[in-house]
Write a protein that binds this ligand. Structure first.
Ligand SMILES: [Zn+2]
Length: 608
């Protein structure tokens, strides 16, 4: 602890509870936000140079406050690895026939699909039209595979869906035209690989498919690549009576009776190489030692905020308008505001006598799917794992810089019965109009603590038109109210730190399935998918009480590997499988529990 902190101990409590004069222009909040949301940091994308500069800055600030690294850690910066994107590492396609041998390479000719497995496969070729299957439940009757046997074959399909149909049919088909879904259909029918071509009558005609950002999702269980138009044309030279263009034309009126066919006399060898780029992100975590934590039942209280943002918005979660695209996403409100307020609150807490230690955490990887906080809680990066046995509660700040009309939203308040009282007491000196909401299943870091049964809260001043756009800039932050939020955060953390006994955790029942596409999935199973872990299959973070899954005997932690006869490798498979089930008809589910393979039957109900 440095000397400046020690001399401020006496007055720390009065600073928390007395009114303060309006801020001077040189508030530390303003300088924290301005630095974090500066051009130099380029939007703080996890794993980027800007993120590292931000992490260094926050670590430096923690040091100034007299914080210490977590026991067992060398410093404040705690690295974690993640998949930042995919690229093609030299995929090739070879053709063998009686009178022609050919090999293609180069991404204009053949390029891995980002979800492909890495493998080399050889087999005959079947053209399967658009490669689409509309589930029976949709009463639509479209199955590209109806008359085809593709077992051990390499399947060639057209990208997108039939072009010349009426609007209603197109919108039905569009839903089943995703490449992951097409790959799933091919895999389920025993195909060795999927090749995709953008047909001559389609958008992006003849072009290979760009490899997209595809992070948290495990592989698709099949080898898959896209090929250029010239490659597909070459294959169609082995077809006696039509060209690819003619085949597409006959499919485009949507006639489901136009079937695919085997391309005779050809064998292909597809060798797919996907490079998954691993990068390192950094959480920044320090401990403000307390007076007497040894005597506390649980020694830690945690105060945190994510500090990463979207960089230049190229990972699919940007809401930039066309003219803003590619610009630095400054993320002043999201979440330089929360990081700055947490720092200020930490400064207030540093010198105060407390029963428990305060852990101050700045998470990275939040925008990519809570990667940092989950890596931390999994304990991979530090000897000191925070868990329900040593942590009394977690206070999170995410987007707290745009307060309007004195309104503060406090989320996850249902996660402990202690919150209403602590919120009310902590609000006395600041006097916000507080809207408390119970639901702890939020798209922010507090959800990870809820997941390990630690009471959590999230503070939030509301969304706005600059959300996830380059226009979320430091000049738009309401610094006076942000300072009050910092005081409130410090006070509620302080109260939590001094509770005689640790508050109980309350498990809030989720409102609904959160899987897939909520407005289109019609079947209700009462499963709660876990989006944060990379397992083969679908891990359940819980089941809804009284729902079909619970009644069937599924429980938290189960990993579904087969659903209604379909192999489930990931959340996408599961969403598609859900589309296909019929309401009221029992479904066979195979799952892993503690390494053991088990089976149950559940009966989906109609979603209300
Ligand atoms: Zn965000």
């Amino acid at each position: 602890m440095n000397r400046a902190v020690q001399t401020s101990v006496i007055c720390a409590i009065c600073a928390l509870t007395t009114a303060v004069a309006p801020l001077a222009a040189n508030s530390p909040l303003r300088s924290h936000v301005s630095f974090l949301a500066s051009d130099e940091l380029e939007g703080r994308l996890t794993g980027s140079a800007g993120e590292r500069i931000a992490a260094d800055y926050l670590a430096g600030e923690l040091e100034k406050l007299g914080a210490q690294p977590l026991p067992g850690s060398d410093g404040f910066k705690l690295p974690f690895e993640f998949t930042a994107g995919t690229s093609d590492g030299g995929t090739t396609l070879g053709l063998t026939s009686a009178d022609l041998d050919k090999e293609w390479s180069g991404t204009d000719s053949v390029q891995a699909l980002s979800f492909s497995e890495n493998a080399s496969v050889t087999g005959g070729v079947v053209f399967a039209g658009y490669g689409m299957v509309v589930p029976e439940s949709q009463d639509f009757g479209y199955d590209s595979y109806a008359t085809l046997d593709v077992e051990d074959k390499i399947v060639l399909v057209l990208r997108y869906f039939p072009e010349e149909m009426d609007q209603e049919s197109r919108s039905t088909l569009a839903r089943y035209s995703g490449l992951r879904y097409k790959a799933l259909q091919a895999r389920e029918r025993g195909a060795k690989a999927l090749l995709v071509v953008s047909g001559p009558r389609s958008p992006n005609a003849g072009e290979t498919v760009a490899m997209t950002f595809d992070t948290a999702v495990a592989g698709s269980g099949i080898v898959a690549a896209s090929v250029g138009g010239a490659v597909a044309d070459q294959l169609f030279e082995f077809v006696a009576d039509q060209t690819l263009d003619q085949a597409q034309a006959s499919l485009d009126d949507g006639n489901p009776h136009v079937t695919g066919f085997e391309i005779p006399g050809v064998e292909l060898t597809l060798d797919v190489k996907v490079e998954r780029e691993r990068r390192t992100g950094h959480n920044v975590v320090g401990v403000l030692p307390g007076g007497d934590s040894a005597s506390a039942d649980k020694p830690y209280v945690v105060l945190g905020a994510h500090f990463d943002h979207l960089g230049r918005g190229k990972n699919g979660n940007s809401l930039a308008r066309r003219e803003e695209a590619g610009g630095v996403h400054y993320g002043a409100d999201d979440n330089a505001s929360g990081a700055a307020a947490a720092l200020m609150a930490a400064g207030r807490l540093a010198g105060m006598e407390r029963k428990r230690d305060v852990v101050v955490a700045f998470w990275s990887g939040e925008e990519l799917g809570l990667l940092g906080v989950n890596a931390f809680l999994d304990g991979a990066e530090s000897e000191t794992a925070l868990d329900a046995d040593n942590t009394v509660g977690y206070v999170n700040l995410d987007m707290v810089g745009r307060m309007k009309d004195n309104k503060l939203t406090i989320q996850a308040a249902g996660s402990s019965s202690v919150w209403p009282r602590l919120i009310e007491q902590s609000n006395v000196p600041v006097g916000f109009d507080i809207q408390a909401m119970d639901d702890p299943y939020l798209p922010t870091d507090s959800t990870a603590f809820n997941g390990i049964s630690v009471p959590s809260l999230n503070l939030f001043t509301g969304s706005h038109e600059d959300y996830h756009r380059p226009s979320d800039t430091a000049d738009k932050i309401n610094y006076d109210d942000l300072e009050r939020i910092a005081r409130f955060s410090a006070l509620i953390t302080y109260k939590l730190a001094n509770l005689e006994t640790a508050p109980e955790f309350v498990k809030v029942a989720p409102r609904t399935d959160r899987g897939g596409n909520r407005d289109t999935v019609r079947a209700f199973t009462g499963t709660i998918p876990d989006y944060s872990t990379e397992v083969e299959g679908l891990r359940l973070s819980g089941v809804i009480e009284g729902g079909p899954a619970a009644e069937g005997g599924l429980q938290e932690g189960d990993v579904i590997v087969e659903f209604a006869g379909q192999t489930i490798a990931n959340i996408y498979d599961y969403t598609y499988a859900l589309d296909a089930v019929k309401i009221g008809e029992p479904v066979h589910v195979v799952f892993q529990r503690d390494g053991e393979r088990m089976e149950v039957t559940i009966t989906p109900r109609a979603r209300k």
